[in-house]
Write a protein of this length. Structure first.
Ligand code: SF4
Ligand code: SF4
Length: 296
């Protein structure tokens, strides 16, 4: 029986720190393949500071509010026993029993519900609090752009990122611009994808951040490869490391002042560097065939 051709994959573009070209690569990869494959979407999952949409002439067509339950304390029923405060792992409840003062700090609350379970006096109920949104945009007649954005002051973008995954995982091909770093937002952005492209620069800082990202991905048992941006700058240490560890070097993007200038003007690099567009398409074909899935 003939095997189905692979036609679906989720690829996250990530880096150990900001400013290495993560967004530039996400946008260029998306633009290089969006008209060549069926059902390709770009998700900006850098929910603390999304900026992918700035590069498109896009129109918002839907917005999903992301909420979480937070406690509401009824001071008239409260006996100021302190049990809710003791059960809260996030120090979100401030209590001064001597003056009968109790207050929730919403920004610290993770919505775990422990305090309402703890309260034996029915003084805690719950309400929905908005954490952010996941928006869908139409561009060139296709509903192919998504943006996850958390509200300012919210402790973590993790819940917004989780909802963004839920909303977009119906699409066959997803390119996901992930949050930088290796903490919870990064982990949740890459947890459900088939493959992660780590972008870095050939400098000592680049190598150090890359090693941290790789160590996190290894502990998650994820598949990944590396794109070296600004190749030609710095030293060869990154290449020595990749070859000694047997890590896939997917592509090198040469250092080019023109790239930085055009990017700062809000241009998507692959649109005016056809050789880069071709390389990205080739890289995507390779990843789809090796790490993709077959779906209807
Ligand atoms: S819901 Fe959880 S995090 Fe929020 S105040 Fe209650 S115990 Fe603390
Ligand atoms: S557990 Fe209930 S009664 Fe005790 S301090 Fe908290 S809200 Fe008040």
């Amino acid at each position: 029986m003939q095997e189905n051709k692979k036609n679906s994959i989720s690829i996250a573009v990530a880096s150990g720190k900001g400013g290495t070209g993560k967004t530039m690569l996400s946008l260029s990869l998306f633009n290089s393949i969006k008209n060549k494959y069926d059902d390709v979407v770009l998700l900006d999952a850098d929910a603390e500071e999304p900026n992918d949409l700035l590069f498109f002439d896009a129109e918002e067509i839907s917005s999903t509010d992301v909420t979480q339950k937070i406690p509401v304390i009824d001071v008239n029923k409260c006996k100021f026993c302190g049990k809710c405060r003791d059960w809260c792992n996030y120090n979100a409840i401030f209590l001064l029993a001597s003056t009968k003062f109790i207050k929730l700090t919403e920004e610290l609350c993770h919505g775990c519900g422990a305090c309402s379970v703890a309260c034996e006096f029915g003084a805690i109920t719950e309400k929905d609090a908005s954490l952010g949104s996941v928006k869908n945009f139409i561009c060139d007649g296709k509903k192919n752009l998504y943006e996850a954005m958390m509200h300012q002051g919210v402790m973590t973008p993790v819940n917004v990122i989780k909802v963004a995954h839920k909303i977009t995982n119906k699409h066959k091909i997803r390119i996901i611009d992930s949050p930088p770093g290796t903490s919870c937002p990064f982990i949740h952005a890459v947890a459900e994808v088939d493959y992660i492209i780590l972008i870095t620069e050939p400098t000592p800082f680049g190598l150090s951040d890359l090693k941290q990202s790789i160590s996190t991905l290894e502990s998650m048992n994820k598949k990944y490869g590396v794109v070296v941006n600004k190749a030609g700058l710095g030293n060869r240490a990154i290449y020595d490391y990749l070859s000694s560890e047997g890590i896939e070097l997917l592509l090198e993007i040469p250092f080019d002042k023109d790239i930085a200038r055009k990017y700062s003007e809000g241009k998507i690099i692959s649109d005016f560097k056809p050789e880069l567009a071709k390389d990205l398409e080739k890289m995507f074909d390779y990843l789809l065939n090796k790490y993709g899935n077959s779906s209807n």
